[in-house]
Design a protein around this ligand. Structure first.
Ligand code: PNS
Length: 165
């Protein structure tokens, strides 16, 4: 039976770190749904439609992922979304110890809600470990170069966002 994984997050916006994880997940599972959260506690810079469009645009540059990786939004509980997609795996990235507490809490909460869904943690390539959407937005907002952290289309969208503010 095909193993379906979901990779949920805010993706506000997608970074090279996310992309690295998507590629790793695609090597491990038959199908990967990149799930862009509609309901997130964080205030997002990009609308959910923009976050999906950017993620899709970035993935178009990786033809080997075609047919294996899809992007969509989800709302409500992650475990309910996983059930709808018949996914048994939730993929999350772990960069540093600072990620761990929140990730552990979330993984165990999700396990309580649905024990059939397993969370696995993947580590990005070391050169991406320090990248976060939050810091990328901060650098871009202050006019710094983010080309080492996000694909060109994301960089352009960040510049456009901050120009229009
Ligand atoms: O990229 P992020 O912001 O770290 O992603 C967090 C996300 C969206 C994966 C998480 O907030 C989530 O799963 N939200 C859906 C609501 C839910 O299921 N909450 C219960 C688990 S704590």
């Amino acid at each position: 039976m095909a193993t379906v994984a979901i990779y949920p997050g805010s993706f506000d916006p997608i970074t090279y770190g996310h992309l690295d994880l998507i590629q790793r997940a695609a090597m491990m599972f038959d199908r990967v749904w990149v799930a862009v959260a509609r309901d997130t506690e964080k205030k997002s810079l990009f609308t959910v439609e923009e976050r999906i469009a950017l993620t899709q645009a970035v993935l178009r540059g990786y033809p080997r992922l075609r047919g294996r990786v899809d992007v969509e939004s989800f709302s409500g509980l992650l475990v309910n979304y996983a059930r709808r997609r018949r996914a048994t795996i939730v993929v999350r990235g772990l960069r540093a110890v600072s990620d761990f507490e929140f990730e552990l809490q979330m993984a165990l909460m999700n396990r309580k809600l649905n024990a059939k869904v397993e969370t696995i943690f993947l580590m990005p390539k070391d050169e991406y470990v320090f990248i976060s959407s939050r810091s990328v937005k901060e650098v871009a907002a202050l006019g710094g170069a983010v080309s080492a952290f996000v694909p060109r289309i994301v960089e352009k969208s960040l510049q456009a966002k901050f120009r229009s503010r």
